[in-house]
Design a protein around this ligand. Structure first.
Ligand code: COA
Length: 162
């Protein structure tokens, strides 16, 4: 059984991530979306919320599982019995950053390899922070996230502005 991990912060999940999830899920028997319990960033959504939102928008993909993780990515991959990590590449800048991560992960565990999927052109500019910023200023989120995520973002911004 071919199993891969797609890790990230997903604060929140966007069409860019969903594009990678859909395409990666067609390449493997099981894709585990790993939501990082990220202490470095201060997420707008809790880990549980981020997991729930990804589950909701990937409900039509039966071989996709969504779980949270903490600690090293290679340890999470080992725990899940996965030998591949999937990452999306939007630009050369992503590549520089990813190369450093891949080399580190290879030293930490040479049994785990990383597969890169280039982001679809229409999402190559997209990031979660751009989405959060557009939401904060009341901009139209239709092109960036599904309706379900859009509603969550609008509610969260309202709560934050109270
Ligand atoms: N479409 C849209 N946005 C994308 C994207 C895509 N295809 N790919 C990346 N992004 C965006 C994210 O939304 C995020 O946006 P933001 O920073 O504006 O919020 C940004 O690019 C960073 O990507 P993200 O997926 O959140 O990953 P990350 O860089 O925060 O974390 C991990 C990557 C989880 C793989 C890494 O932090 C990790 O492995 N952590 C565990 C600790 C570890 O093992 N460290 C050793 C390895 S060096």
């Amino acid at each position: 059984m071919i199993k891969a991990i797609y890790p990230g912060t997903f604060d929140p999940v966007t069409y860019g991530h969903i594009d990678i999830i859909e395409r990666a899920s067609r390449l493997v028997d099981e894709l585990v979306v790993g939501v990082l319990i990220n202490n470095k960033k201060s997420p707008m959504f809790t880990t549980e919320e981020r997991v729930e939102m990804i589950k909701h928008v990937t409900a039509d993909l039966p071989n996709v599982k969504v779980v949270s993780f903490d600690g090293l990515l290679v340890d999470f991959a080992k725990q899940e019995g996965a030998r591949s990590i999937v990452r999306g590449l939007r630009s050369v800048t992503d590549f520089d950053y990813e190369l450093q991560n891949v080399q580190t992960n290879r030293i930490l565990n040479a049994d785990v390899d990383t597969i890169f999927l280039t982001a679809s052109l229409e999402y190559s500019y997209l990031s979660s922070s751009v989405v959060r910023e557009v939401a904060a200023f009341g901009g139209d989120l239709t092109a960036f996230v599904p309706e379900y995520i859009k509603a969550k973002l609008i509610d969260r911004i309202k709560e934050m502005n109270k």
